[in-house]
Ligand binder design. Structure first.
Ligand SMILES: *Cc1c(COP(=O)(O)O)cnc(C)c1O
Length: 445
């Protein structure tokens, strides 16, 4: 009798059966280990994050002038972290699961310039590229005031160069807005699931938007091909870029500073759990790396994906990384969580970070919409569906006895525990679109 490769895979990895059935699953990673053990596999360190942080600081005078909404923060693109106690109560009530600790929300949804987590990595990579070009041309030194990049001569200079990217929406938005502002000629290759308002907004900024009927994988491939023909074109590679990754990683020290100001401690007796929505993996992977470097072993990171697009879970769980896609196990990659509609994970992120992620879980679209509505009602905070993927995280870990025992969670006083849901997008969603999201949750019950 012949056994198909899929049957064989399912025998070796029994969770795939539930994933294929589109059930919500939770997998706590047996290979998770200490930072000291895992760091050699990442291949990056604190000095790399510091260099990224310094670069963002050099650009702050430019960002402050080019995007006046950042002026009050001195041109630093950062988001608030807030406690959401009413949402915590609602989650406990609905799930019937106790959640010891406080529940916080990291509002990357409201990052300036592009209203999503992509305002970290995406903007950083464009700035790094711009700096390299002007320095190579002898037009700027590190010690100069970077706000002069607003001058017409620099815009003229950048207009000789192109930037291309494939995106489900938010990455394109971030790269398009900053790229066009600097003067680059930018083209964004958009997958079918990208929202019309994101495309329109980009066109309004003078960005060339090319639309595909296929998913994210195709959009990326087309972007890559377009760039390969032109040595003056930078392709921003969401799947493999360490530059993007480091732009995200800067969030770690920034959060540490915010926690210090709020008096929130993270150590052996004060664990921090962070729930990160995951698409291709660069955003959550980079942030998780930054968090580990900033807080050490007592920050626990969990990645959240839609039931219809659990690509990073599949890649890490099977050990096949980017050699496997959700379509290979019969999953369609169709979800309302547009930033997360990715079928094949980043191999770079999976291999670099698999020992530093405590676990992975999946969330149905119905739950994303329900939590979107609940957060709006309880806390008056509005997010896009993908940004709610972190929200069920505290329930998932509390329901896993083995995990709680391993971490000795029952011995830690509740007031010492912090849960942080990373809200990744939604700040720029037009009012009528948001009304439709809220409507959607009512109709899906
Ligand atoms: C891109 C995105 C993510 C995930 O980032 P990846 O780098 O694709 O894993 C999460 N939420 C939103 C809203 C996003 O736009």
């Amino acid at each position: 009798m012949n056994i198909s490769p899929l049957q064989q895979l399912m025998t070796q990895h029994p969770l795939i059966q539930s994933m294929t059935a589109l059930e919500e699953v939770c997998w706590l990673n047996p290979a998770a280990t200490t930072l000291a053990n895992a760091l050699p596999y990442v291949g990056l360190d604190n000095a790399d994050i510091q260099a990224a942080s310094d670069r963002l600081q050099r650009f702050a005078p430019y960002i402050s002038k080019a995007f006046p909404e950042t002026a009050h923060a001195g041109g630093v693109i950062e988001s608030d972290v807030v406690e959401i106690p009413d949402m915590l109560q609602a989650l406990v009530q609905h799930s019937g699961t106790e959640i010891p600790g406080r529940l916080m929300l990291k509002k990357d949804s409201h990052l300036p310039i592009s209203g999503s987590i992509k305002a970290r990595g995406g903007i950083y990579e464009v700035l790094a590229h711009a700096e390299k070009l002007v320095m190579a041309a002898g037009l700027l030194r590190e010690t100069d005031d970077y706000s002069q990049l607003l001058e017409e001569r620099f815009r003229q200079f950048f207009s000789q160069y192109r930037i291309a990217v494939g995106s489900t929406g938010n990455l394109g938005l971030s790269i398009g807005i900053i790229g066009a502002r600097l003067g680059f000629s930018v083209e964004v290759h958009m997958s079918a699931d990208a929202r019309a308002w994101k495309k329109n907004k980009l066109r309004a900024h003078g960005v060339k938007v090319i639309e595909y009927e296929q998913d994210y994988g195709t959009a990326v491939m087309q972007g890559r091909n377009a760039a390969a023909q032109d040595p003056r074109c930078l392709f921003i590679d969401d799947e493999n870029s360490t530059t993007l990754f480091l732009g995200y990683a800067v969030a770690g020290q920034r959060l540490k500073t915010q926690f210090d100001q709020l008096g929130i401690i993270v150590d052996q007796h004060h664990p921090l759990f962070v729930y990160l929505p995951c698409g291709v993996g660069g955003g959550p992977g980079g942030v998780a790396f930054g968090l580990k470097m900033a807080f050490g072993d007592h920050v626990h990171c969990l990645f959240a994906e839609p039931t219809h697009a659990p690509c990073m879970l599949l890649g890490v769980y099977t050990g096949q990384h980017d050699a496997i896609a959700v379509q290979d196990i019969g999953i369609d990659n169709r979800t309302a969580a547009d930033g997360l509609a990715v079928g094949r994970p980043s191999g770079f992120v999976g291999k670099a970070m698999e020992r530093l992620i405590d676990g992975f879980y999946t969330v149905s679209d119905e739950r994303l919409y329900r939590d979107l509505q609940m957060l709006s009602q309880q806390e008056h905070i509005q997010l896009e569906p993908s940004a709610l993927a972190g929200m069920p995280g505290p329930i998932r870990i509390m329901q896993d006895q083995a995990y709680c025992t391993r971490l000795q969670l029952h011995h830690i006083p509740a007031q010492n525990i912090t849960h942080l849901v990373w809200a990744t997008g939604g700040g720029m969603v037009p009012e009528n679109e948001m009304a439709a999201y809220l409507q959607q949750s009512s109709s899906s019950g």
